[in-house]
Design a protein around this ligand. Sequence first.
Ligand code: IPE
Ligand code: IPE
Ligand code: MG
Length: 251
Amino acid sequence: MKALETKILKNKVPNHVAIIMDGNGRWAKLKNKPRVFGHKNGVNSVRETIEGCRELGIKYLTLYAFSTENWNRPKLEVKTLMSLLVSSLKKELKSLLENNIKLITIGNLNDLPKSARKELTEVIEKTKNNTALTLTLALSYGSRDEIVNVIKNISKKVVNNELQIEEINENIINNHLYTFSLPDVDFLIRTSGEKRISNFLLWQIAYAELYFTNTLWPDFKKENLFNAILEYQNRERRFGKTSEQIEKINE
Ligand code: IPE
Ligand code: IPE
Ligand code: MG
C-alpha cells in the first residue's frame, strides 16, 4: 500500500476528482442483506476516499450521493439514505475540521428533508474557511435540472437587461452552474461496472478522463483510489491537440 502510494507523482494528481459511488445495493444482495446495509457500508468508503485524497493533495472531490432520479426509489430506502446523511454529517464534522476540509453541496437542497438541510447548513458554515480539500456532495442533483436552471437564470438577466445575449459565453454558463466555484472535473470514477454517466456533471466532464471499475462502492478503499490515480497519470490528455504538441509542452 505504501509502495503503491509512492508510485504516485504528487505534482501530477488530478485537481478535481468526481465519483459516481455505485453498487451499494448489489454489494448487500451478495451478502443476503437489505440494500440499506450496502449504503451504511458505503459510508466507510467515503471516509477512506476523502482520506486518500487528502494524503495525495487532491484539492477537489465531488461525490454523487443522491440523484434527482433516486427520489423514485422505494420510500424506505430514500428515508434511510436521508437519515444516513444526517448521522454521517454529525459524526464526521470533527474530522472535517481537523483535516481542513470544506464541505459544499450541489443540487436541489430544497427537496431534502428539513433535518438534512439543517445539518448541512451547519457543517457548511463551520467548515467554510477550510482550504486543504473542497468536498462537494451532489444531493438531489441532476445535470439536466442544473442546465435548465442555468438557462432560466441567464434568461431572467437578459430580460431584465442585466446581460446582453452577445455576452453569453462558456464562462457565463460556468458561473451559473451549481458548480460555479469549482474547476472542471479532471477525473471521473464510476464503481460497480456500469458504464454510464447517469445525469452527473454533463457540462463539467467535457474533458475529464473516465475510469470505470467493477469494484462495488462499499469495497472501494484507499488502495482502489490510488490505483485509479496511477492509471490517470498514465493517460495523455490532449485537449484536441496532437501528441507531439503535448510532448513539447511537457519538455
Ligand atoms: C449507489 O448504490 C448509491 C445510490 C445511488 C444512492 P446503488 O444503491 O445504486 O446500488 P446498486 O446499483 O443498486 O447496486
Ligand atoms: C447514480 O447511481 C446516482 C448515484 C450514485 C447517487 P444510480 O444507481 O442511481 O444510477 P443508474 O440509475 O443505475 O444509472
Ligand atoms: Mg446503482
